[in-house]
Design a protein around this ligand. Structure first.
Ligand code: X90
Length: 286
């Protein structure tokens, strides 16, 4: 069996040790330029260009052909996408999966709608890898990962919501509040995979406290945590330390966001995905 694990580029996974893994890029556009969110993206260039660009900017999901190229040749495929609540990525991956199984009737393919993004997608991909490594059968892996999704959460702290608001992913009111000096807004991925505003907080200390209290409320008890940041290693590292102080056995990894997440989370943005003991809804669209 040729097994392949695939995620779109919002998952910020470059490679997966020992696995046939591929990241399928989304693209960031202005009317003048485009940046494919692949391993060659120049983030410094993109961020400084966007900071000085006054026109409109937007993003696009991979198309069916991009997915089909990634599926090519594999017989057992696990695909993880950014939330269908904010992006067409899941639908294009699904459409490609239907075409693929028609052409290759013996292939097994499952597309997981993460109902989330970034760090929470990483947790899901790790779980898939773990189960594949254990030689678990396809349906068992699909069921276990679907269940695992109900035990993971995403928390986000952004200093600006301008790109999200300008692209209709949150209301202009949210962007306005976030624009007030010193105010940071904490949000979470809702059960429908949209952005749900949780709280406003002031300053760095307030923000650290809020992350910890949100995690504890979700039943975090010291499992895996991924923290991604856009040019904010300082806060991400402090957050890691705060988590390790409260939960010394925690497994916390900090990393830099790629293009898509950086575009929407903007400079200073922090996205945290963690394992939780409490169940968070059913997490699958009906
Ligand atoms: O299809 C496309 O063009 C991509 C659209 C993606 C829009 C949202 C990306 C969000 C990235 C910032 C906040 C994370 C909260 C996610 C909650 C589900 C990261």
């Amino acid at each position: 069996m040729k097994i392949k694990i695939i995620a779109d580029s919002s998952g910020d996974i470059a490679s997966l040790n020992g696995f046939n893994f591929q990241s399928v890029p989304l693209t960031i556009f202005t009317d003048e330029r485009s940046y494919a969110d692949d391993k060659d993206i120049d983030l410094d260039d993109m961020l400084s260009y966007l900071a000085n660009y006054n026109g409109r900017s937007f993003t696009a999901c991979p198309n069916t052909n991009d997915w089909l190229e990634a599926y090519e040749d594999a017989e057992e495929l696990y695909v993880v996408t950014i939330t269908s609540g904010l992006s067409g990525t899941y639908n294009s991956a699904k459409a490609a999966a239907d075409i693929y199984t028609e052409k290759h009737p013996h292939a097994k393919i499952h597309v997981f709608d993460s109902l989330s993004t970034g760090p929470e997608m990483r947790l899901m991909v790790d779980k898939i890898a773990e189960l594949v490594r254990e030689n678990k059968p396809f349906t068992e892996i699909v069921d276990a990962v679907t269940e695992y999704q109900t035990h993971t959460r995403l928390f986000v702290m952004l200093e600006s919501f301008n790109n999200l608001a300008n692209n209709g992913r949150v209301s202009k009111t949210v962007a306005h509040i976030a624009g007030v000096l010193g105010i940071r807004i904490m949000a979470t991925a809702s059960l429908e995979g949209t952005i749900e505003i949780n709280a406003k907080c002031h300053g760095e200390k307030g923000a650290l406290k809020k992350f910890l209290s949100c995690m504890k409320e979700a039943g975090y008890q010291g499992g895996k945590v991924y923290i991604s940041h856009c040019r904010n290693n300082d806060f991400a590292t402090k957050l890691k330390t705060a988590i390790l102080t409260a939960f010394p056995e925690a497994d916390v990894v900090v990393y830099e966001m790629g293009g898509l997440c950086s575009y929407y989370a903007e400079k200073g943005g922090i996205i945290l995905g963690c394992e939780c003991t409490k169940v968070y809804g059913t997490k699958q669209p009906t």
